[in-house]
Design a protein around this ligand. Structure first.
Ligand code: NDP
Length: 452
C-alpha cells in the first residue's frame, strides 16, 4: 500500500518538530506536520522561554538594590510592562520563524491547521482534506487545567499571563507546583502583590522537603504571602477585581486570579480512543518504552503521554522515535535521573531522589549545608542557600543532589552528569573545590547531618 507520507506528525512543539525534521533531514523520509496554533509549542510560545525571560526581568529590582549597597549610584525606576512585552513578542516571533525554517529546510511539509486521526494511517485536516501516512506521531502536548469552581471563568492561567495588557496590582495564584511558584516569584519581582493559595501543607510537593521548605521561607521573606491548607471556594466579580471566598474563611478581592493547577494532555477530540489507542485517566496516551501506542502505526511523544513533562525529555523521545522507526535502531528513552530546575527565587536545581524517597528505598546518609552566600551576606541580605547530597549507605552512590541557590539551574546541569555517571560521595570529596564559589560546598560536605 502506498501512503502520501512516511510520517505525519500532529503538533509543532519541541517533540514533534524535532522528530519531523530529523526523520526528514537524516533519513530522507517524506514527512508532514500539522500545527493548529503557533510553531514552537508550549515551551517556546507560552512556557519555558517567555517564562525565563520574565524571570530575568523580575530579578532587576533586587539587583538594583544590591548595586546600591555595593556603592553604585543607581536609582531604580518603574517597570514598563508594555516595553518588555513588545520585546518579548518580537523574540517569540523570531523563534517561531526559526522553527518554521528548520522544518522547511529539512523538507517537512507543514499544514497550519488542526489535524485529527481518522484511522491507523489517515489524518483529517481541518480543511476537510485527508492524508495518509505509514506512521503517525502524536505530539500535541498539554493545556492548563481550570479548576471546577463557581466563577472560575473570572480567572486566567499561565497561557494568558503573557498577554495581559497591564500588570495587576495584586494577584492570587492557586496551586503549589512549578508554575504557581515560578509565577509567584516573577510577579512579585515585577512589583505585583502576590498571594498564593495551596491546598496541601507545603508547596512543591514531591521535591525534597528541606529544599522546598527553604524555598517557601525565602519566598515569604521576599514578601509573597503563601497560605497553605487553603483553596478557593468561589469567585465573583467585584468592580474591576475578583472577590474570592476561601476555605480558610477569608473573603478578599484581588485584581487578578491565576490558576496553576496542573496540565492535562490535549487528546480531546483527536479521535484516538475510537481507534483503540489507550488513554489514561487524564486523557494521556499510553505508550510503551518505544513511545508506541496500542495501534502499531501510531506513536506519541512529549506531554501528551504525561511521562516526564519537560521539553528536553520530549525532544529525546522524538529522537528515540526516529531512531526506532526510521533508523532501524530500537531506542528506549532513559527517564531515570533527569536533572531539572524550578525557576523560583532562589532557584532549585535537583537530580535524583529526595531524602524522603531515598530513605524509603534504602539506608541513607544525608549531607547538607545551608548558608548565606558571600555576594549577598556582604550587603546584609538574610537570604540562605542549600547544598544537599543524599547518599546510599550501601553503595556510597549519590542518590540525590538538591541545590537551592541563585543559579541552581546552571549548577545542577553539571552535578547531574556526575550523579548520572553513578558518582559516589567519595568521588565528590576528591574533587577540588572551586574557590570562592557557592557550589564548592557540594565537594566539602564532611560529615552526615543525619542517617535514615
Ligand atoms: P503541577 O502538577 O506541578 O502542580 C499543580 C498544583 O496545583 C499542585 O500544587 C496541586 O496540588 C494543585 N492543584 C491541582 N488541582 C487543584 C485543585 N482542583 N484545586 C487546588 N489546587 C489544585 O502542575 P503545574 O501546572 O505547576 O506544572 C505542570 C507541569 O509543567 C509540571 O509538572 C512540569 O512537568 C512542567 N513544568 C516544568 C517547569 C520547569 O521545569 N521549571 C516549569 C513549569 C512547568 P497537589 O500538590 O495537592 O496535587
Amino acid at each position: 500500500m502506498s501512503f502520501d507520507y512516511d510520517l505525519f506528525v500532529i503538533g509543532g512543539g519541541s517533540g514533534g518538530v524535532r522528530a519531523a525534521r530529523v526523520a526528514a533531514g537524516d533519513t530522507g523520509a517524506r514527512v508532514a506536520l500539522a500545527e493548529e496554533d503557533r510553531y514552537g509549542g508550549t515551551c517556546v510560545i507560552r512556557g519555558c522561554v517567555p517564562k525565563k525571560l520574565m524571570v530575568f526581568a523580575s530579578e532587576y529590582p533586587d539587583l538594583m538594590e544590591d548595586a546600591q549597597a555595593y556603592g553604585w549610584d543607581v536609582k531604580p525606576g518603574g517597570f514598563d510592562w508594555s516595553a518588555f512585552q513588545g520585546r518579548l513578542n518580537g523574540e517569540l516571533d523570531r523563534l517561531e520563524g526559526v522553527y518554521r525554517k528548520l522544518l522547511a529546510n529539512s523538507g517537512v511539509e507543514t499544514f497550519d491547521m488542526r489535524a485529527t486521526v481518522e484511522d491507523a494511517h489517515t489524518v483529517r485536516l481541518a480543511n476537510g482534506d485527508t492524508k495518509t501516512a505509514k506512521h503517525i506521531l502524536i505530539a500535541v502536548g498539554g493545556r492548563p487545567v481550570w479548576p471546577d469552581l463557581p466563577g472560575a471563568e473570572l480567572g486566567i492561567t499561565s497561557n494568558e499571563i503573557f498577554h495581559l495588557e497591564n500588570l495587576p496590582k495584586s494577584i492570587l495564584i492557586l496551586g503549589g507546583g512549578y508554575i504557581a511558584c515560578e509565577f509567584a516569584c516573577i510577579l512579585h519581582g515585577l512589583g505585583v502583590e502576590v498571594t498564593q493559595y495551596y491546598r496541601g501543607a507545603q508547596i512543591l510537593r514531591g521535591f525534597d522537603d528541606e529544599a522546598r521548605g527553604l524555598i517557601a521561607t525565602e519566598m515569604q521573606q521576599r514578601g509573597i504571602e503563601i497560605c497553605t491548607g487553603t483553596n478557593i471556594l468561589e469567585m465573583s466579580r467585584d468592580g474591576d477585581g475578583v472577590r474570592v471566598k476561601a476555605t480558610n474563611g477569608e473573603e478578599r478581592v484581588f485584581d487578578q486570579v491565576m490558576f496553576a493547577t496542573g496540565r492535562n494532555p490535549n487528546t480531546d477530540g483527536l479521535g484516538l480512543a475510537e481507534l483503540g489507542v489507550e488513554l489514561g485517566r487524564k486523557g494521556e496516551i499510553v505508550v510503551d518504552e518505544y513511545s508506541q501506542t496500542k495501534v502499531p502505526s501510531i506513536y506519541a511523544v512529549g506531554d501528551v503521554t504525561d511521562r516526564v513533562n519537560l521539553t528536553p525529555v520530549a525532544i529525546r523521545e522524538g529522537m528515540a522515535f526516529v531512531d526506532t522507526v526510521f533508523k532501524g535502531n530500537p531506542t528506549k528513552v532513559d527517564h531515570d535521573l533527569i536533572p531539572s530546575a524550578v525557576f523560583t527565587q532562589p532557584e532549585m536545581g535537583t537530580v535524583g531522589l529526595s531524602e524522603e524517597a531515598a530513605a524509603e528505598q534504602e539506608p541513607i546518609e544525608v549531607y547538607a549545608t545551608s548558608f548565606r552566600p558571600m555576594q549577598t551576606s556582604f550587603i546584609d541580605r538574610p537570604n540562605r542557600v542549600l547544598m544537599k547530597l543524599v547518599v546510599s549507605q550501601a553503595t556510597r552512590k549519590v542518590l540525590g543532589c538538591h541545590i537551592v541557590a541563585p543559579g541552581a539551574g546552571e549548577m545542577i546541569q553539571l552535578a547531574g552528569i556526575a550523579v548520572k555517571m553513578g558518582a559516589t560521595k567519595e568521588d565528590f570529596d576528591r574533587t577540588v573545590a572551586v574557590h570562592p564559589t557557592m557550589s564548592e560546598e557540594i565537594v566539602t560536605l564532611k560529615t552526615p547531618v543525619r542517617t535514615a
